[in-house]
Design a protein around this ligand. Structure first.
Ligand code: G6P
Length: 370
């Protein structure tokens, strides 16, 4: 086992550090920047079906569901096809309206999650075309779906998903950009800009890992005894906030909630005092000025702000108690970069609390029963 961990103390840490490679592996042979194309065998014959879908419904559980939420932002922005995202467990039991004009995208790392499988069966019975995004090759979901693309993250051993999540975001980015290119919603210049930026992501992930590890470890040491955490983000980084909170809950057993930053005023703001740590994802994209006012509101209530900002940021950094810097990228890819320090933060807090990070209590890697 020590050899399999490759010198890391836990599989989770190894998998976090594998992300430059797992993201690159997921793009390999698909993202061909020099030729100016995205080539994906799985989607090739189904491009019209996906772009002409009345709706795309993304179904998944857990971390894969968070990737699905980001998939919704990506596909709606670039391909302008309406997308809904549902928990597989809700979808399967609520007699959903679905027809042969719909396309379902099922996302699953293991390809064995019982609720996701049941939701796929239901969608197929109702005539929908089902596209799978799985990490485990030849898994039940991979075999049962009509078509699909694998993430090539490699085996993920840690129960809390890390590299599979960023690989899912990579595949969803490729699909969304490909669909937008196919149906003409994305012009040549935007297409080229996006694929060039996506191509640069593995290197940027490597830069994040090199530059933030020590900082995050130091920050984590201050929050070992925290009992609650709030995670906030806007736009593409709202689902990233949900995922950050889930990571902390899963492995450190600290209660954490993710929220869209603007919704703070509708509830969570009542919880903020000097004992409340708030992780805020604040790269200089989208509505950065709005995030700046959110941070002002938090500081006015003495909340402890841990901010993920771009290198050279001044406004949020001036107010935050702790800052973690990540490189700039397009808003749509920023959750990939922001996820890295969020994973490390939960990891180092959990380790400091003496938790079994690779096999957290009550959780399973693959949930094959209801
Ligand atoms: C379990 C795992 C999570 C995972 C979820 C969905 O809860 O502990 O890490 O996100 O199942 O699994 P799937 O394999 O379908 O992505």
């Amino acid at each position: 086992e020590q050899i399999e961990k490759g010198g890391y103390e836990h599989f989770m840490l190894k998998e976090i550090f594998e992300q430059p490679k797992s993201i690159l592996d997921t793009m390999r042979g698909r993202l061909l920047v020099n030729e100016g194309i995205i080539k994906m065998a799985g989607i090739w014959d189904h491009l019209d079906r996906l772009t002409n879908a009345e709706r795309i419904i993304i179904i998944a559980c857990g971390t894969s569901w968070h990737a699905g939420l980001i998939g919704e932002y990506l596909i709606e922005e670039f391909a302008r096809v309406p997308v809904e995202v549902e928990y597989a467990s809700e979808f399967r039991y609520r007699n959903p309206i679905i027809s042969s004009k719909d396309v379902v995208i099922a996302i699953s790392q293991s390809g064995e999650t019982a609720d996701t499988m049941a939701a796929i069966k239901l969608a197929k019975e109702k005539g929908a075309f089902v596209y799978g995004i799985c990490n485990v090759v030849d898994s039940s979901i991979a075999r049962y779906t009509d078509a699909g693309s694998y993430t090539h993250a490699g085996p993920e051993i840690g129960v809390a998903s890390t590299k599979a999540f960023t690989a899912q975001l990579t595949i969803l980015s490729l699909i969304a950009i490909k669909l937008g290119n196919h149906n003409g919603n994305l012009g040549k210049a935007d297409f080229m800009r996006l694929i060039t930026e996506l191509d640069a992501i593995p290197k940027k992930v490597e830069d994040v890992l090199d530059s933030v590890d020590e900082t995050v470890k130091t920050i984590a040491a201050n929050f070992v005894d925290a009992t609650n955490f709030l995670y906030l983000g806007r736009g593409y980084n709202f689902p990233a906030a949900l995922e950050g909170a889930l990571k902390l809950k899963e492995i450190s057993y600290i209660h954490a909630e993710g929220y869209p930053a603007a919704e703070m005023k509708h509830g969570p703001i009542a919880l903020i005092d000097e004992n409340m740590p708030i992780v805020i994802i604040a790269p200089k994209v989208g509505h950065y000025d709005k995030i700046v006012s959110n941070v002002q509101e938090i500081k006015a209530r003495k909340g402890k702000v841990i901010a993920i900002v771009n290198k050279g940021d001044t406004q949020v950094s001036a107010m935050a108690d702790y800052i973690i810097e990540i490189p700039e990228t397009s808003e749509c890819f920023s959750p990939i970069l922001a996820s890295i320090p969020l994973q490390l933060l939960s990891y180092y807090i959990a380790v400091a609390r003496g938790a079994n990070v690779d096999q957290p209590r009550n959780l399973a890697k693959s949930v094959t029963v209801e």
